[in-house]
Ligand binder design. Structure first.
Ligand SMILES: [Zn+2]
Length: 437
């Protein structure tokens, strides 16, 4: 089962009864936005950093404007503001402005400002603020404390809605009340959770993924194919951004902060593209299960201390980056009916995936794994990936994995190499990399 969210738009049948209340809540959302925006800019001036929505909440939850909405609705306003600051940072366009204040000014015919008004902002109610009456197509939306004139009778705004014919509103997660300026009226967006059946697995083949530093990902398929993703983009960024950031006059200033965000956006984009490419390859090959190494080896060196990959400025990849990639991969694979399983990575680099011989003193040289017993030389990361695919811990035996006798091993030495390019995505590298010495 896969969880998706659908949004149904609905008309408000008792608009004249509730419009005044909705107006007051929409104005409250604008006022809170402005207070939080002002606060964010003050912090920015002092520290060079914009607070995230959690910091905003801690700072503002006692503020009178926070009580203009149900607490979850106020939180949502702060999240929106933090998101707006984020997309401003990561924008490439220098002409973009930081999120502004929500105010509308009115002028007389001499151009003097007569008064200012707050626009009607969208208000979001989350589950604690909603009571849904499915039979009568009604929702009760909790008021902000400031708008509860009478303690008991007026806790809620009771909104009657009408969806398009044939739409049923079930598993309601969120209600957004949106003001339509052209029509001069409010409408409802009802966000519902839907469980959809995931498709059958594309087949019974398996794949193993080894995530690492020299190659971001190495993959071994049971179809006797292997792919390498060197992660060239990540590495180039890992050289470029720290240098640019170091060149900034103010390390916590606007330009440095923007560079940090841009770097992180590019990384996220890379992860999505890579996960998509791998899942497409798995579908082509009929893979039903992907094993991913559990990353202990990446997080800790041999003394059990966590490695600091960013120290030399060459590759800022920490355990969280791998976790983030794995969860993106899991999600995309699931949508195709492919299971992703984390398996222990222990000793996967020390064991020969062809004959099962374990050599604790095995040294990987120039990316090669050389086995003394069977005289094989494999790409070291592909060897790791194949061991992860075979899940040697699951076999739980010191004996050789059952490889079906005269299984060919040439593919382990000659993985396909995919380089990443911004315009064309992942492209196979023309020349075949021969890993034999
Ligand atoms: Zn061997």
């Amino acid at each position: 089962m896969l969880e998706v969210h659908r949004t149904h738009r609905a008309k408000i049948r008792n608009h004249s009864q509730v419009a005044g209340q909705l107006d007051r809540h929409g104005w409250s959302a604008s006022k809170l936005w402005n207070v939080a925006n002002y606060h964010s800019r003050e912090v920015w001036e002092e520290t060079g950093e914009i607070p995230d929505h959690k910091e905003l909440k801690n700072e503002l939850k006692a503020h009178p404007k926070y009580k203009g909405l149900h607490s979850q609705s106020s939180q949502r306003v702060l999240e929106e503001l933090a998101e707006a600051f984020n997309s401003w940072y990561s924008s490439d366009d220098d002409r973009d402005n930081p999120p502004g204040y929500r105010k509308e000014n009115y002028y007389d015919d001499q151009g003097r400002r007569v008064h200012e008004e707050h626009p009607r902002s969208t208000v979001t109610w989350k589950q604690n603020g909603i009571r849904h009456d499915t039979k009568n197509n009604r929702v009760r939306l909790s008021k902000g404390a400031n708008h509860k004139e009478h303690p008991k009778a007026w806790e809620y705004i009771l909104v009657e809605y009408e969806t398009r014919p044939g739409v049923t509103v079930e598993n309601l997660q969120q209600v957004r009340v949106v003001y339509d300026n052209a029509k001069d009226q409010w409408e409802l967006h009802l966000v519902c959770k839907d469980d959809i059946e995931t498709p059958d697995a594309p087949g019974n083949e398996t794949a193993g993924i080894d995530l690492g530093i020299s190659n971001f990902a190495a993959i071994a398929y049971s179809t006797e194919d292997a792919d390498l993703y060197p992660g060239n983009r990540l590495k180039q960024d890992g050289y470029y951004f720290p240098k640019e950031i170091a060149n900034c006059d103010d390390s916590s200033g606007e330009r440095a902060t923007r560079l940090h965000h841009k770097w992180s956006e590019r990384r996220t984009h890379f992860f999505h593209s890579l996960a998509k490419h791998i899942v497409e390859r798995c579908v082509e090959k009929g893979v039903g299960r992907i094993n991913v190494g559990d990353l202990e080896g990446v997080r800790e060196d041999e003394n059990g201390e966590s490695k600091n990959w960013g120290k030399h400025g060459n590759l800022d990849l920490h355990g969280w980056a791998f976790d983030r990639f794995t969860s993106i991969l899991e999600y995309k694979a699931k949508a195709e009916g492919i299971e992703v399983v984390e398996v222990s990575e222990r000793d996967t680099s020390k064991r020969c995936c062809a004959c099962g011989k374990e050599d604790k003193s095995q040294r990987v040289e120039r990316g090669l794994y050389v086995c003394e017993k069977c005289d094989a030389a494999f790409n070291a990361d592909v060897n790791g990936a194949e061991n992860i695919r075979l899940d040697i811990d699951e076999c739980n035996s010191k004996s050789a994995p059952d490889l079906g006798g005269d299984r060919s091993t040439g593919w382990l030495a000659q993985p396909g190499v995919y380089l990443y390019d911004l315009s064309s995505g992942f492209q196979p590298q023309e020349q075949v990399v021969d890993c034999k010495p």
